[in-house]
Design a protein around this ligand. Structure first.
Ligand code: ZN
Length: 240
């Protein structure tokens, strides 16, 4: 059993297609999605259709929540609010219902899936450091949990202490717990402007980060054509 673990697609169809094609070449047998299928980029409906069609387990992200609700957008910066309102208009009532029914965390195979944190999954906190990772570990009942939200691929390990750092490939060792950010398919933020995801080989017990080039110029042209904020196109170039 081999999983492609994808997160933070953010309506970037070009990046999603490249990731799914690479996963095919890696001979993955299963997929799992850690949320934020929509938001920021210009193909929310197309990306959501693919995820739904593939029938993969998926958890709720904050953008999935905002874009599927009817709430007023309080405390949002104006650019973010503009993108959320635009996304709402692209989705059918049925799409929004599907997003609204996603769970905040769930199990698949032998691992846990969550978008943001395990200690307060509905509060959308960010796990950037060992202290925040330690809080999630307290609630983690499987050896490995995959998460997203920060768009920064990093792995935290707990044995006698909690450690963390960047990774490319590692093996799961018994007696330890792993809290692993798989990076973002559709909007990188760690300075590497690529589509990122993880291949988790359940039988081999290995986790491999994969980073891929995609047709970013097309993604950016679509953002501009949709009238979404220019900054959303620009930031893809820098991966920030
Ligand atoms: Zn996100």
């Amino acid at each position: 059993m081999k999983y492609a673990i994808i997160a933070d697609i953010h309506a970037n169809l070009e990046a999603l297609n490249v990731v799914l094609e690479d996963a095919r070449q890696q001979q993955v047998t299963h997929h799992a999605c850690l949320g934020d299928v929509v938001g920021y980029n210009a193909n929310p409906k197309e990306c959501l259709d693919i995820i739904r069609e593939m029938n993969m387990p998926c958890v709720m992200g904050n953008h999935d929540e905002y874009c599927s609700a009817d709430l007023e957008l309080e405390g949002f910066n104006p650019h973010a609010a503009e993108a959320v309102n635009w996304t709402r208009q692209q989705l059918s009532a049925e799409d929004r219902g599907w997003l609204r029914n996603l769970k905040y965390q769930r199990l698949a195979a032998n691992f846990t899936m969550v978008h943001a944190t395990l200690d307060a999954p509905k509060r959308w906190g960010y796990v950037f450091d060992k202290l925040a990772a330690a809080a999630s570990f307290t609630y983690q009942n499987t050896p490995i949990c995959f998460f997203g939200h920060t768009h920064v691929p990093v792995a935290f390990i707990r044995d006698s202490v909690v450690r963390g750092g960047t990774y490319s490939k590692f093996k799961i060792e018994p007696g330890r717990k792993y809290f692993v950010n798989v990076g973002s398919v559709g909007q990188s933020r760690d300075g590497v402007p690529k589509a990122t995801y993880v291949v988790y080989d359940v039988d081999e017990g290995s986790v491999e980060l994969r980073r891929l080039d995609y047709d970013m110029a097309t993604t950016q042209a679509k953002i501009r054509a949709a009238g979404l904020p220019e900054r959303l196109a620009e930031r893809l170039t820098h991966g920030k």
